[in-house]
Design a protein around this ligand. Structure first.
Ligand SMILES: Cc1cc2nc3c(=O)[nH]c(=O)nc-3n(C[C@H](O)[C@H](O)[C@H](O)COP(=O)(O)OP(=O)(O)OC[C@H]3O[C@@H](n4cnc5c(N)ncnc54)[C@H](O)[C@@H]3O)c2cc1C
Length: 463
């Protein structure tokens, strides 16, 4: 598709000097997100500085029926921000900054292109905490987090991004600015339209400004590395800990033994326990600053061991120990590089079916190929598994059917937290019914009748 010259001139005018690039001048970072989606050169890259400029860009694109792909930090894992041929890439990278921290209302107002880590740092400087944290914190943006309803490692305590958003400013496909940034917790005055945009992956509108809730800063985080002989026992331990420690549990991460084997083989991390457990857990709780916090945490874990729910538990005595325990949970970023090529999944499985699902996964993968290796870990408390299947010899895409069929059987979700984007679109029907998909298509047509925004992401390009 040749890009119309009059459109180029109008877009350049809308975003001002330095706000538009074409051809080889478009940086590599705007051509592909962090997923395995193919790299694509957009027809043009626009980088507005204000909400009004975003509105002007979308008004032009809507009038001229130009498809638009919205870009944040490009850390997405579903291919949603990777450009398709002929698209206008609209990047929020020049709309970055924490505009306000309001200590009384415990809120912060943030421009959509602000990296998550900046929001976390500014909140901490003011004595608060922002509840969402994920590995891509240095590059992902708040707008991208909202668009994907990002989760991460503290969902157990603070929920996904959705629970931390009090208000939004968005620009609709035709260039209208719609804003609701009221600093109130309760607001039942009509439809909560803001929720519709959270997790909509840029298909319904462009998020330009976000009002986030802040939490009191947490002191005295206690961390433990524990061993459990089954998912059932790990979940029983989770329930007991939640009852005993109230709302102070921050993380309850699970690692299956194939992952630990890979970590032991490809990294400097040894097996931490004398025996090799079915489930290794990283458990974290906010227990107060003093030694008494550590004592209470250790006591709670000892009780679980006495009850036979945990086989072993190491409680961190220092920040070095804490980093060492988390190194197990984050080792995958290192060992994937040395393993056979892999295909990666981010799925939800009901907790009641988790044990059966992992057993069936192992069995079905082994039946397909004796050499293929499933690696499983995840945010157990959130029923979220990150799993991958590695093989030197097999066509990796063939494993997608095994995994998604299992998810369908177990009544789970094909995307727990990374979104659907382009890569998971073919599988959406395995965790959503026809009436649900039809309702989604109706919402899309209503808010974006020209189908210009992130076309082909979540729903088929023709929906
Ligand atoms: C190392 C690593 C660790 C990760 N860990 C986690 C994790 O624990 N939990 C988790 O949920 N995700 C995780 N992710 C995935 C990713 O970081 C999140 O999906 C993140 O929210 C994407 O933010 P982004 O700014 O990079 O968005 P992008 O990748 O730029 O975009 C993602 C999607 O949002 C849309 N979008 C972006 N900005 C806007 C906007 N302002 N308005 C409307 N639509 C927009 C894009 O079009 C695209 O569809 C991880 C990724 C990496 C690389």
């Amino acid at each position: 598709m040749t890009f119309p010259n009059d459109a180029l001139a109008a877009l350049a005018k809308a975003v001002g000097p330095g706000g538009l690039l074409t051809g080889e001048a478009i940086p590599a970072r705007n051509r592909k997100d962090a997923s395995k989606a193919a790299e694509g050169l957009p027809a043009v890259l626009v980088m507005p500085r204000t909400t009004e400029e975003v509105a002007a860009v979308l008004a032009i694109c809507s009038q001229l029926a130009l498809p638009v792909v919205v870009q944040g930090g490009m850390t997405g894992l579903a291919g949603g921000a990777s450009p398709q041929p002929g698209e206008v890439a609209l990047s929020l990278e020049r709309m970055s900054g924490v505009e306000e921290i309001d200590p009384v209302n415990r809120t912060t107002t943030v421009l959509a292109g602000t990296p998550l880590t900046i929001v976390q740092e500014k909140a901490a400087e003011a004595g608060f905490l922002y509840g969402v944290d994920l590995g891509a914190r240095g590059s992902c943006t708040i707008g991208g987090n909202v668009a994907t309803n990002a989760g991460g490692v503290q969902v157990l305590r603070y929920g996904m991004t959705r629970r931390n958003v009090l208000g939004l400013e968005v620009v609709t496909a035709d260039g209208r600015i719609v804003s609701h940034l009221k600093k109130v917790v309760k607001n039942n005055a009509g439809y909560d339209w803001t929720q519709l945009f959270i997790g909509s992956e840029g298909t319904l509108g462009v998020v330009t400004r976000v009002l986030l809730a802040l939490q009191p800063a947490v002191a005295g985080i206690q961390t433990a590395l524990c061993a459990a002989s089954s998912v059932e026992k790990a979940l029983a331990a989770l329930n007991r800990l939640e009852g005993r420690l109230g709302g102070s549990l921050l993380a309850f991460e699970a690692i299956w033994p194939e992952y630990m084997e890979a970590a032991a083989k490809h990294t400097a991390l040894p097996w931490p326990f004398p025996a090799k457990p079915e489930i290794t857990l990283v458990i974290e709780a906010a227990m107060g600053p003093s030694e008494t916090g550590q004592e209470a945490f250790a006591e709670a874990l000892a009780e679980l061991a006495e009850e036979g729910l945990l086989d072993d538990a190491l409680v961190a005595q220092s920040s070095r120990d804490r980093a060492r325990f988390w190194a197990y949970r984050e080792a995958n970023y290192e060992f994937y590089r040395d393993m056979a090529p892999g295909i990666h999944f981010d799925v939800s499985i009901p907790l009641s079916a988790m044990e059966t699902a992992v057993a069936l996964l192992r069995k079905r993968v082994a039946a397909r190929s004796a050499e293929a290796l499933p690696i499983v870990f995840g945010h157990l408390a959130d029923s979220n598994l990150h799993l991958s299947i590695h093989s030197e010899t097999m066509e990796l895409s063939g494993f997608a059917d095994i995994v998604y069929e299992l998810v369908r059987e177990m009544q789970g979700s094909v995307s727990a937290e990374h979104g659907v984007g382009i890569l998971k679109r073919p599988y959406l029907g395995m965790s959503r019914s026809e009436p649900e998909l039809a309702l989604m298509a109706t919402l899309k047509r209503t808010l974006d009748p020209g189908n210009i925004l992130n076309r082909g992401r979540i729903l088929p390009a023709t929906a």
